[in-house]
Design a protein around this ligand. Structure first.
Ligand SMILES: [Zn+2]
Length: 309
């Protein structure tokens, strides 16, 4: 084991031991390791094509299409969506410096307790912009006056779930299938990376704690903070993606409805101890669930390519 890295892992674990974030990782290390390996294998099995986008999307094209979709999910969202467009909450970057730039939401709490969001959207001028707008918009639907642990861990699941639903919505509207599948392929590729990172990290952590050496050196707070942030981010994306994939499958098969997803989304604002999970999880996610869900996504993606001929 690399001594430096070993010391970083050990020090960080001691430093963060009492946080709910680390408690979640500690309590679930085996299941996270197991499920990330299964999800990795299942997604690797999908033929993730990497094609050029075929159609140009202006800012207007993307925001209108995103608006149609968001209104279709629930018209109650349109009031804030429209406000975001006119009051500059959507910070649209028309010519980002790099194509790699990603969207994100920046939030601050004002003196009166209200939240002010800034939603950064670097445009790629293709259909993916619609996915980015929808993804980032849904992050704003579960922010309340402070960030709860539930939201920290699970907000991505709502945004990613709606990306899958958006895929089907756009496919029904006959938008270009190559472009539409590109965006989902991109997401699945990211999930693959997250699974890999989580699995690798947790294996390493497990080894460190199995072979603990009390003569370890110290690490700076900055190093520990950075490592912990990355570790939790990988875990959060993995857990959220897993939930999104399985819930998408369950939704498409009629086992759950959008109302349940909405209630789950709502609960993220207030719950700080993963009570939110009880809304939609009456059982744990098993290996079979992951396989069935990924098989379903495989079918969805191959169907689109089939139709284009
Ligand atoms: Zn996100």
């Amino acid at each position: 084991m690399d001594k430096d890295y070993y010391e970083l892992v050990l020090n960080t674990f001691i430093e963060y031991y009492d946080t709910p974030h680390l408690e979640f990782i500690r309590n679930n290390i085996f299941i996270l390791k197991e499920l990330s390996a299964v999800l990795y294998e299942e997604i690797s099995d999908i033929d993730l094509k990497d094609e050029e986008y075929t159609e140009y999307y202006s800012f207007y094209d993307s925001t209108s299409l995103a608006r149609d979709f968001i209104g279709y999910i629930n018209p109650k969202y349109l009031e804030s969506y429209d406000k975001f467009i006119v009051n500059g909450t959507f910070d649209i970057i028309s010519e980002p410096e790099s194509i790699e730039e990603e969207g994100y939401v920046d939030s601050e709490i004002l003196d009166d307790g209200q939240i002010r969001n800034s939603i950064r959207i670097p445009l790629k001028h293709n259909l993916d912009d619609v996915y980015t707008i929808v993804h980032e918009f849904f992050h704003t639907t579960n922010i309340e006056s402070f960030d709860t642990f539930d939201r920290d861990l699970l907000t991505e699941s709502v945004s990613i779930f709606y990306e899958f639903i958006l895929h089907d919505y756009l496919s029904d509207k006959n938008v270009n299938h190559i472009d539409n599948n590109n965006s989902i392929n991109f997401r699945l590729n990211q999930i693959l990376d997250d699974c890999y990172c989580v699995n690798y990290e947790l294996d390493y952590i497990y080894d460190v704690f199995n072979d603990i050496d009390l003569n370890y050196g110290e690490k700076s707070q900055d190093e520990m903070d950075e490592y912990f942030e990355e570790l939790f981010s990988d875990v959060k994306y993995f857990v959220s993606s897993l939930i999104a994939i399985v819930k998408y499958y369950e939704y498409k098969n009629g086992y759950i409805n959008i109302g349940q997803i909405e209630r789950f989304n709502e609960s993220l604002k207030y719950s700080d101890n993963l009570n939110s999970l009880e809304f939609i999880f009456n059982r744990n996610i098993s290996e079979e669930d992951i396989k069935a869900s990924c098989d379903y996504i495989k079918q969805v993606l191959s169907k689109e390519f089939g139709m284009k001929k």
